[in-house]
Ligand binder design. Structure first.
Ligand SMILES: Cc1cc(=O)oc2cc(O[C@@H]3O[C@H](C(=O)O)[C@@H](O)[C@H](O)[C@H]3O)ccc12
Length: 638
């Protein structure tokens, strides 16, 4: 591989300073809005030039990509890495170029009261977006949406023909999230001139490309830009406070109507801010905690501008509260115990590309197992996944891509400013999901390093200023006595790999060491604790008795030893356990990974290992003990 263009790094630095403006509502159809999906086959070209800069030098965005050189078919959404037979594409670092022609209906162009927006669900990592050769947006960060108003460009260029060009760069630097470094290999006897590698401090494969849908959608010119809801209740009265921002009209008339699932209007109000009162409220409850979980109201917002045009947007609203005490996590004032999983957006061929069959299969598997919660580790997942969690009552700890912050240079001001911006983007996108009960600002940072105290103090307090209704945490693997960020979090989330990375093979030590881990953390902080990762690799089909590392028996033995301690400590202050990992996933190639990380309790193809049956039995038992189950769910094994 060759040296990437300097612009890779410079461009990433410039945009971190921009303040976040406007909302990021999920595009939906309504009487005033249309959505056109540009998913499908795109033209694709990796810039294989030594400096990765030919595309910019030759302005590939100015004409059809096929006229600049050879292109191949590339599905969107999908990672590009595993689509071809070419290892150069799989391991490519630098700029790749995507292009697709779409037609927008002529009436969208002709009606000057129509606003046309181009939205990319996510593209990893750094993107530049052109329409008909005109630059319309740039975005830093691989897991959150970005969009551009393209009405003007379309009206000034070729009308309803819309050539979308997206250049995406997957290079990670000390200031990106997640961070990484480019290492140049200068020993000419071993590496050719310009040879470099991308180093990271996380193990999942750095899949890249356009990972989520590209949508073209409309709103009226005067449109609902953002909606924020916060909910609470008292006795049988639910309260929904709302705040609607409208752009393009100085005095819009706003009407808000809340309907129950049977379509009955249960509350309404006029004005862009207010509180809706819902009598005989149906609260949003997690799966397996209530006989009628995941109840969602439908909130219709209408904004009518001075010229009489009305924009309509409908939002699903779950009414629930979240509170943390020194020993408990309360949802609707009742203790909630997280029995769940950590996941990855990861599958054969498509990599991190959004895929409905995979999403539905994963939710079916989670519900089969009695999972009531998951952490979308280690980055924000597709919005459709959060919508599924809302609809099925699966509780989410929403994590930003602050994974692998292990280099002291990644605790500087540029990194912090970017991290704050990413939290703004995350909260802006996910604030209205009832399933999201806590924000996680990072995973396993070097939180014992001197700058970590200030860094996490700022990060946690900024996140709380964005959303005061949810607790904030980060996931630590540091020693309890040296962790400098823990004073600022609401819940202590600890990862440990006893008898795996430490004392490998010695499962008999888990009980002693895990008891010590919990008592140390609780003794110092008196905050509730989640075991946010634990587990062991199991190569499916590998067996041994007595258990040996990498066999299914070893994985289940590790789990059982952890569970014995959890069962004691959940009577005190342990409020959750999240297995690492739901499924095997692809990693960078190293000597510790056998074609990926095998700590899944399911294979990458979603077939169960022994551990899945063990956890299923356990999670349903816990749910039977602690929850109020629907009749059908009381005896899941029959
Ligand atoms: C070398 C090492 C030691 C250790 O104690 O923990 C630890 C954790 C690591 O990463 C976390 O664990 C998972 C895993 O290794 O399977 C990762 O997949 C996960 O993303 C991490 O949060 C890595 C290395 C070590």
């Amino acid at each position: 591989m060759r040296k990437p263009a300097k612009r890779v790094f410079l461009a990433a630095l410039c945009s971190v300073c921009q303040a976040l403006q406007g909302g990021m509502l999920f595009p939906t159809e309504s009487p005033s809005r249309e959505v056109k999906d540009a998913s499908g086959l795109w033209s694709f070209r990796a810039d294989l030039s030594p400096e990765r800069s030919r595309g910019f030098e030759q302005q590939w965005y100015r004409k059809p990509l096929a006229e600049t050189g050879p292109v191949i078919d590339m599905p969107v959404p999908s990672s590009f890495n595993d689509i071809t037979q070419d290892a150069k594409i799989r391991d490519f670092i630098g700029w790749v170029w995507y292009e697709k022609d779409v037609w927008v209906p002529a009436r969208w162009i002709q009606d000057r009261g129509t606003r046309i927006v181009l939205r990319v669900g996510s593209a990893h990592y750094y993107s530049v977006l052109w329409v008909n050769g005109v630059k319309v947006a740039e975005h830093v960060g691989g897991h959150l949406p970005f969009e551009a108003d393209i009405s003007g460009v379309l009206r000034q260029t070729s009308g309803s023909a819309c050539r979308i060009t997206i250049a995406v760069n997957n290079t990670l630097t000390l200031e990106t999230l997640p961070p990484g470094t480019i290492q140049y290999m200068n020993d000419r006897s071993r590496y050719p001139a310009g040879y470099f590698v991308q180093n990271t401090n996380f193990d999942f494969f750095n899949y890249a490309g356009i990972h989520r849908s590209v949508l073209v959608y409309t709103t009226p010119k005067a449109h609902i830009d953002d909606i924020t809801v916060e909910t609470t209740f008292s006795d049988n009265i639910g309260l929904v406070s709302f705040n609607v921002s409208v752009l393009g009209s100085s005095k819009p008339a706003v009407k808000v109507t809340l309907s129950a699932q049977d379509g009955r209007c249960v509350a309404s109000a006029d004005g862009s801010r207010g509180v809706l009162k819902v009598t005989d409220v149906n609260l949003w409850w997690p799966y397996l905690m209530h006989e009628n979980p995941a109840y969602l109201y439908s909130m219709e917002v209408q904004a009518t501008a001075e010229d009489g045009q009305t924009d309509v947007y409908t939002l699903a609203v779950g009414i629930r509260t979240v509170k943390v005490t020194s020993t408990q996590f309360l949802i609707n004032n009742k203790p909630f115990y997280f029995h769940g999983v950590n996941k990855h957006e990861d599958a054969d061929i498509r990599g991190k590309g959004f895929d409905w069959p995979l999403v539905v299969k994963d939710f079916n598997l989670m519900k089969w197992m009695g999972v009531n919660s998951f952490r979308p580790s280690h980055y924000p997942y597709a919005e459709e996944i959060l919508q599924m969690a809302d609809r099925h009552g699966i509780v989410i700890i929403d994590e930003c891509p602050g994974v692998g912050i292990r280099d002291i240079r990644s605790f500087g001001n540029v990194s912090l400013a970017h991290h704050l911006t990413v939290m703004e983007e995350l909260v802006r996108r996910d604030k209205n999901h009832p399933s999201v009960v806590m924000w996680s600002v990072a995973n396993e940072p070097a939180s014992e390093m001197p700058p970590a105290g200030f860094y996490f103090k700022e990060l946690v307090s900024h996140t709380k200023s964005l959303d005061s209704s949810r607790p904030v945490t980060y996931i630590t693997a540091s020693n309890y006595a040296r962790d400098l960020g823990a004073p600022y979090v609401d819940v202590i989330c600890v990862n440990s790999y006893l008898s795996w990375y430490h004392d490998p093979g010695h499962t008999e030590l888990i009980s002693l060491q895990l008891n010590t881990q919990f008592d140390d953390w609780y003794g110092k902080y008196q905050k509730p604790i989640i075991q946010s990762e634990y587990g062991a690799d199991a190569v499916p089909g590998l067996h041994s008795d007595p258990p040996m590392m990498f066999t299914e028996e070893y994985q289940t033995t590790v789990l059982q030893n952890y569970h014995n301690v959890f069962d004691q400590k959940r009577k005190e202050f342990v409020i959750g356990e999240l297995i690492w990992n739901f499924a095997d996933f692809m990693t960078t190639q190293t000597i510790t990974r056998v074609v990926g990380n095998k700590k899944g309790i399911f294979t990458r193809q979603r077939q169960p290992k022994s551990g899945a049956f063990l956890l299923r039995e356990r999670y349903w038992r816990i749910a039977n003990e602690t929850g109020v189950l629907p009749t059908w769910a009381r005896y899941p094994c029959l």
